[in-house]
Design a protein around this ligand. Sequence first.
Ligand SMILES: Nc1ncnc2c1ncn2[C@@H]1O[C@H](COP(=O)(O)OP(=O)(O)OP(=O)(O)O)[C@@H](O)[C@H]1O
Length: 241
Amino acid sequence: MLRFEELTKSYCTAHNQVHALKSVQGHIEKGTTVALCGPSGSGKSTLLNICGLLDPEYQGKIYLDNELVPHNKKALTQLRREKIGFIFQRYNLIPVMTAFENIEYPLLMLGISKSERYKRVAKMIEAVGLAKFAKQRPDQLSGGQQQRVAIARALVKEPALIIADEPTANLDTETAHLVIDLMRTLGKQLGCTFLIATHDHRMTDRCDRILTLSDGNIVEQTTTPLHPVSHNHTSEALCFG
Ligand SMILES: Nc1ncnc2c1ncn2[C@@H]1O[C@H](COP(=O)(O)OP(=O)(O)OP(=O)(O)O)[C@@H](O)[C@H]1O
């Protein structure tokens, strides 16, 4: 669950002050997928950075799983490590690591034991349908496969919130649908909340809600008619249990 209240952020430049977020409010239920839309410069990245606990310099309050997020940088880093996963447009996998090792990395950072790491990664790589590719490095995988590794990496620690920035922008339509279905299905099964900046209608159509930003304000909140998750590609990959 993510809640933010009166979030305000300004950037000071040499010539003026830019009001990137103007006291925005929002509430995203646990397990929900929310698209963040709006024109260039409307404040999407600013909101993602603050909700992703990357930027402590803001006014207002954020609650993650009902707990108030501190502004303190050190506490924020620890909380981010435990509670936030990230998915990027360009996948951002570590090139010298295999798919398995990329997914394992966040658990290593949390000091989780080797046997527990192995169990969790094996389950997650199976859930995204890539068990056969566990030993491949990113340059040996397609774009869609790399994004599925990135989804598994984001979800493996079962975070409260996943922040995604244009996760389908580089993918063809069939792969984009597969990636969206994986995010939605696994997110709901694991109780992770998704906040996704996107211009992609293939994505916005399948999210539970759309928040639209304009000039630092949330100007619209739409509930989408939910598309059923399609099970025609890798139905076994969508079963996480
Ligand atoms: N580091 C910064 N210094 C000064 N101004 C900034 C900085 N970062 C963002 N801004 C300004 O804040 C406003 C919101 O920017 P932001 O990057 O959040 O928008 P966005 O919706 O993500 O845009 P895009 O879709 O182009 O990435 C814009 O006017 C931008 O120019």
